[in-house]
Design a protein around this ligand. Structure first.
Ligand code: ADP
Ligand code: K
Ligand code: ZN
Length: 445
């Protein structure tokens, strides 16, 4: 562990620390950020009323729109000169949102990333191939300073330029890679194409995050690169990567570094807090941020929390995998569908690769979903089809049955009928370095 004392702090002591920090941060934002002064006044809450985390439900939520309304620096709690760095979200769902860090915030950012990398298997002296994007996106610099703080040798490759990534991995022989799960798949594919076996790849650990992923992708990356792969989660509004980290020992949910970021899970419709284990929207209150502290920030990410003890000995609460953001949720003929649910079904079908895309169209008033999914090399060789066009699939008994099987499994598990298109290996769009959009929603065009 990077910080054993804090990472294993007994839960009652952790709670005491959180309560003290929360009292302080609520007073701090009330005094310094007009937006919060107004929001608390409007809600009729005096900062002194907030004595501990059980009082959080009294406070209003902060939403992405609030950041946009105060673009660019309106939510800063310190004068701009005290802001040491600015990042902005990648704008996956709209205009970018701007965030700022004081020098102390940057230290916390490095600390939580050092903890995260260590929990994923990284050790001082190891070499980290950091293929998260560098720039306004928090991923690259977040892992970078975390790796350095842990005492690693960091290679700031950034995302993209896959050829060069492969060369550097073969030449520098890194122990750890950090990147998006979809980009790890791209790299694994590329190694396979070149006939480099997983045993020949020096990598032992992969730290994957920035987009939703499931066990299907874990299996494919672990097999393809010969690594142990764990989840890292974060968002720029809260700090960036390193808000939570899955431990190697447990591989069962990600520890939220809750001495800095206090989580709640709330009902997406009513905002009411939900009990442990119940799935809802993840909400964070930053307990130590100086430049841009946020109270009850509505992430839109759907998951659950658990305080069950973890085999690794860390006491920090764990969150489940992110099912998706509320914005990713598709409503198909009245049924709520997350792409990760489709991914979980595909994993159970041996003949398929976890490379897929969902194309949504509207025919009249009805939503139509096409699931494009790749078959394995083995299937492809067996049928010997150059192109898996619908005509070829229909003419081939085996492929036709496979397509029907996929359609049934999806219908049985998710409750939606999808048109299934079998694709040749390597033909579904891949990540070229960053987050991959697996949904093409033509209804909005
Ligand atoms: P943007 O909102 O523009 O994508 P960020 O880079 O701040 O900007 O992205 C944060 C979001 O990325 C999170 O709110 C979440 O939806 C997603 N995300 C980050 N890490 C993970 C992860 N490990 N699993 C699933 N989703 C993740
Ligand atoms: K390996
Ligand atoms: Zn653990």
């Amino acid at each position: 562990m990077f910080n054993p004392e804090l990472e294993t702090l007994p839960q009652n002591q952790l709670r005491k620390l959180q309560n003290e920090r929360l009292q302080r941060i609520v007073r701090y934002v009330y005094e310094r950020v007009p937006f919060y002064r107004e929001a608390l006044d409007r809600a009729g809450v005096r900062p002194e009323e907030i004595k501990g985390v059980e009082d959080l439900p009294k406070l209003p939520f902060t939403r992405k729109q609030d950041l946009r309304d105060h673009y660019p620096f309106g939510l800063f709690a310190v004068p701009r000169e005290q802001v040491a760095r600015i990042h902005a979200s990648s704008g996956t769902t709209g205009k970018p949102t701007v965030v700022g860090y004081t020098r102390r915030d940057l230290e916390v950012f490095a600390e939580v990333n050092a903890r995260s990398i260590a929990a994923a298997g990284g050790r001082p002296g190891m070499l980290l191939h950091n293929a998260y994007g560098y720039g306004l996106f928090t991923g690259g610099l977040g892992l970078h300073y975390g790796g350095e703080k842990l005492g690693m040798t960091v290679v700031p490759v950034s995302g993209g330029m896959t050829e060069r990534q492969i060369t550097l991995i073969l030449d520098f022989k890194p122990d750890v890679i950090s990147c998006t799960p979809s980009y790890a798949q791209t790299l694994a594919d590329e190694f396979r194409k070149r006939g480099v076996s997983p045993e020949e790849i020096s990598l032992k650990y992969a730290i994957l995050g920035a987009e939703p992923w499931t066990e299907a992708i874990r299996e494919s990356v672990e097999a393809g690169l010969g690594v142990k792969a764990v989840n890292i989660y974060g968002l720029s509004e809260i700090i960036g990567p390193g808000v939570s980290q899955e431990c190697l020992e447990g591989q069962a949910g990600s520890h939220i570094w809750e001495d800095h970021f206090y989580p709640e899970v709330v009902d997406p419709d009513t905002g009411e807090p939900l009990p442990e284990g119940k799935e809802g929207v993840l909400v964070f209150t930053t307990l130590t941020k100086e430049a841009m502290p946020l109270l009850r920030y509505w992430t839109g990410d759907i998951t659950y929390l658990t305080r069950e003890p973890c085999v690794c000995g860390r006491t920090h609460v764990r969150m489940g995998p992110i099912r998706g953001r509320t914005d990713d949720m598709l409503i198909i003929r009245g049924v709520n569908v997350y792409p990760t649910q489709v991914e979980e079904v595909l994993r159970l079908i041996e003949e398929l690769e976890p490379h897929y895309q969902l194309v949504i169209t509207r025919e009249g008033t009805l939503d139509e979903v096409e699931l494009k999914v790749e078959v394995t090399e083995a299937v492809f060789r067996r049928v010997g089809a150059e192109v898996l066009s619908d005509e070829v699939v229909e003419a081939d008994h085996y492929l036709n049955q496979l397509r029907a099987k996929v359609q049934h499994k999806i219908k049985d598990t998710i409750g939606v009928t999808m048109r299934v298109t079998l694709m040749a290996p390597g033909t579904v769009p891949r990540s070229e370095g960053g987050k991959l959009r697996r949904v093409v929603d033509r209804r909005k065009l």
